[in-house]
Design a binder for this molecule. Structure first.
Ligand SMILES: C[S@@+](CC[C@H](N)C(=O)[O-])C[C@H]1O[C@@H](n2cnc3c(N)ncnc32)[C@H](O)[C@@H]1O
Length: 438
């Protein structure tokens, strides 16, 4: 067996004895709005094209699906899509199949296959989710190329890598346990117990222990396996991530959690930077900004990104730059994850009691809570049923506030202004999607 095949065998064995993730079959992600938001094809497609895609009939691959919890999230988050899962671990595939069946999803396929062999499955995909897998590949570009070969022209890949900077303590721990021979074969109960014994025997102030050891590890086997004894685990930098994407002839679209990667958010006064920085920032590429962010503040365990075939994104004018005539042809969509009965009930309560509506209450996309006043909230209410034209929302606002309460003059011009400004803010925060119908 060559080195790569031997490594793949070790990884397969590790996941056959400890299929991941160990989440109870019955657990549903229906109320986990953040997970649904992350796994929804609508969001990256909109980010790339400023268009709202219908998930009905789309084909979605969960590459390295493990026990299928993410496949289940993909099924819940993308109504009407077909879900296909592949994994090299037979035990994991079995559990994934059972999970989707248990939750009533029939339009699914699971294959015992490696990502490298995807072309043999004979399907092409609108979206590929490759979560917590790519960093196990000996060569990132090989993994990305295999996925690219089955990606439809306007399809999108989501993949992620472990950050070498954020995770350096675990890589050090793995080195320790490799030196002790605990990773020579597939680590199981005995090796897990040895890790516990060794870590507990260290003084609490020993750096590796003080930074990585938590009391829950005394009972949580999965966390020990996936951190201290993870076969094939590797870390990468932003520069390496970009070079792998380029190596596979793919194009970077965005970080998945891009709001948490803002370089300016690291500065006390972003509008008052030292002159040298203020002059050089506008010249920096997105890759340089992300790299700088990570060097200054390596807090993200995953370098989680979307990419696709080059030059497939549609060019568009950012919402903040739209003219009045551009606004007139706009259709307004609510972020699908907000369309819950609970959110609607809360909205109706706020409208009735003339109170601000906290739209971020169950789904905090930016860092701080976001509210809209009760008139704007009342204007948005029909979006819980279906998408609406901008002009119908403007008319609704005028009905709600026909005259200005101070001057008693009509509010025709004000209506357009208030509604477009509110929507511009909500779009920038991710709560509504605005599509121009050309
Ligand atoms: C850490 S688990 C992640 C499981 C799932 N994606 C999740 O995030 O819950 C990694 C999974 O990738 C699978 N895997 C590793 N290398 C693979 C390959 N080359 N092809 C297909 N699956 C692979 C493993 O068997 C394991 O189930």
């Amino acid at each position: 067996m060559d080195n790569n095949a031997a490594l793949r065998d070790k990884i397969r064995q590790q996941f056959d004895t400890g299929p991941y993730p160990r989440i109870a079959l019955e657990k549903s992600p229906k109320n986990d709005l953040i997970s649904l938001y992350i796994h929804n094809l609508v969001n990256p497609y909109y980010l790339r094209n400023q268009k709202v895609i219908d998930t009905e009939g789309k084909v979605i691959l969960d590459a390295g699906c493990g026990t299928g919890y993410k496949s289940l999230i993909l099924a819940e988050a993308n109504p009407g899509a077909k879900i296909v899962g592949v994994d090299i671990s037979e035990k994991s595939i079995e559990l994934a199949k059972q999970r989707l069946q248990y939750h009533g999803f029939e339009n699914t396929e699971f294959h015992l296959a490696s990502i490298e062999d995807l072309p043999n499955i004979g399907l092409s995909f609108d979206y590929i989710n490759c979560d917590e897998v790519l960093y196990l590949f000996p060569d990132l570009a090989v993994g990305l190329q295999a996925m690219k070969s089955v990606l439809k022209p306007d399809g999108i890949i989501r993949a992620n890598l472990h950050s070498s900077l954020q995770r350096m303590y675990y890589f050090r721990a793995q080195e320790v346990f490799k030196m002790m021979g605990l990773m020579d074969e597939n680590p199981e109960e005995l090796e897990i117990d040895l890790v516990r014994e060794i870590m507990k025997s260290l003084k609490d102030q020993v750096e590796l222990k003080s930074i990585t050891w938590r009391s829950e590890l005394e009972i949580d086997k999965e966390k020990i396996l996936m951190n201290y004894l993870f076969q094939g685990d590797k870390g990468y930098t932003i520069t390496e991530m970009f070079s792998a994407i380029r190596g596979a002839e793919l194009e970077f679209i965005s970080m998945v959690n891009w709001r948490q990667w803002g370089l300016m958010s690291l500065f006390k006064e972003p509008d008052n930077l030292p002159a040298f920085l203020a002059m050089s920032f506008p010249e920096t590429t997105i890759e340089e900004q992300l790299h700088l962010f990570e060097l200054l503040h390596p807090v993200h365990r995953l370098l989680d990104f979307w990419c696709g075939h080059p030059n497939q994104g549609e060019s568009f004018v950012p919402v903040a730059e739209w003219t009045l005539s551009e606004w007139q042809s706009v259709r307004v969509y609510l972020l699908p994850q907000l369309k819950t009965p609970e959110m609607k009930a809360e909205l109706v309560r706020c409208i009735t009691q003339l109170k601000p509506f906290e739209i971020s209450q169950q789904l905090l996309i930016p860092e701080k809570p976001v509210s809209v006043d009760s008139t704007v909230a009342a204007c948005l209410l029909p979006l819980w049923e279906e998408s609406r034209s901008l002009m119908s929302l403007v008319e609704r606002w005028q009905k709600l506030r026909p005259v200005h309460p101070v001057t008693l003059e009509t509010t025709q011009a004000e209506a357009m202004d208030v509604v477009t400004q509110s929507l511009t803010t909500l779009e920038s925060l991710g709560y509504v999607l605005l599509e121009r119908c050309l």
